[in-house]
Ligand binder design. Structure first.
Ligand code: UT7
Length: 334
């Protein structure tokens, strides 16, 4: 049942969706040959059966560009019409410039302003939040929002606790001004600043600064205390859904589809249960892609739109949670 608040009038809408994932599949059976694990353990504990992995030489921007072209074609928007390109990623092509700049260059989106957002698995929803706000303020009419990650290159394939979880890919949406009652009904984001030690990657950051001899001192790979992350995930995802629904003037009972960040099937099921959303209304594709961080929601939106699950007029609630911690929610009516 809806709350008594009026349903918020959307200012922006998603006009097109696209995705690009690598062709190479790494199955649980493949992983059994690499680390001490089993298909049974991975499936039961995470819901993952396989994930896509990039090849040497691939770049995050390559996948962004493919996903963007499909989203633009579906929206009927030309690259020159774009006012902004916002990319949520923690695995950029380079330290600088922003990977969104390479997307701008390849698309020849010469009227856009392009930048990256670093918000771990919430990166796409953080970017969508900005897109909605910019359009609502009247500062822009059309933009591209992406979530893309290459996580397997920063994953330690000798560590069974993490290497079974992650995958690579990109998703994109074109956001335009809304007309009528369809569109982005709300966006919501948050961060905790209390858990940076449980999920992080020093990589080429200054915390792993190179000494005068040029020797890197930081850890190369993603580090995660999975149990610690798990403990907080459901509570924060439930809060994210409730906040986003409340801003939209809706409740969990109004939701036709919950589209959660695909981190772990158990987390998704427990979150839906606490919200009172039945399992058949939870969009799941983690079995095919693993955890693709900020790419997981736009990939799910693309698949759900194109397989006919996410229909026009339905209420779709997206929620994410990631390292930091960061979190976010968005309520969309296509
Ligand atoms: O993207 C957002 C951020 N990330 C997440 O949301 C991830 C949140 N965390 C999780 O999804 C789960 O904590 C994991 C899937 C990472 C781990 O599942 P778990 O049920 O929390 O397992 P656990 O870490 O408590 O490990 C249970 C057992 C351990 O063995 P002992 O100590 O009980 O003998 C682990 O050593 O499972 C063992 N184990 C494995 N066994 C086979 C850990 N990884 C594996 C593996 N294969 N790959």
């Amino acid at each position: 049942m809806s709350s008594n608040k009026p349903i918020r009038i959307p200012r922006a809408r998603i006009a097109g969706v696209g995705k690009a994932v690598p062709d190479t599949i790494l199955s649980n059976a493949d992983l059994e040959k690499i680390v001490d694990t089993t298909d049974e353990w991975i499936t039961e504990r995470t819901g993952i059966k396989e994930r896509r992995i990039v090849r040497r030489g691939d770049k995050t921007s390559d996948y962004c560009i493919r996903a963007a072209r499909d989203a633009l074609a579906e929206a009927g928007v030309e690259p020159e019409e774009l006012d902004f390109i916002i990319l949520g990623t923690i695995s950029p092509d380079m330290r600088f410039p922003a990977t969104a700049i390479f997307v701008q260059e390849a698309l020849n989106a010469k009227n856009a302003t392009a930048w990256d957002v670093s918000a771990t698995c919430s990166g796409f929803l953080y970017s969508l939040y900005l897109a909605e706000a910019i359009i609502a303020l009247g500062r822009a009419k059309k933009g591209l929002v992406l979530g893309a990650e290459f996580l397997t290159p920063i994953t330690d394939f000798t560590d069974r606790a993490t290497c079974v979880l992650f995958g690579d890919g990109a998703g994109a949406v074109v956001v335009t001004e809304a007309e009528g009652d369809r569109g982005i009904l709300s966006t919501y984001i948050g961060s905790g600043g209390n858990a940076s030690h449980v999920l992080y990657s020093v990589g080429h950051g200054t915390a792993g600064s190179v000494n005068q001899l040029g020797e890197a001192t930081g850890e190369r790979y993603l580090q995660m205390n999975g149990n610690e992350v798990f403990k907080h995930a459901v509570r924060i995802l439930v809060k994210s859904a409730k906040e986003a629904l409340d801003i939209a003037g809706l409740t969990a009972a109004d939701v036709d589809w919950l589209v959660p960040h695909q981190a772990n099937l158990r987390i998704m099921k427990a979150t839906a249960e606490r919200l009172g959303i039945p399992p058949e209304k939870v969009f799941v594709n983690i079995h095919k892609y693993g955890n693709t961080s900020s790419a997981s929601i736009p990939i799910a939106l693309e698949e759900g739109r194109h397989d006919g699950s996410l229909k026009d007029g339905q209420v779709i609630c997206c929620i994410a949670f990631g390292g930091g911690f960061t979190w976010g929610g968005a309520v969309i009516r296509f």
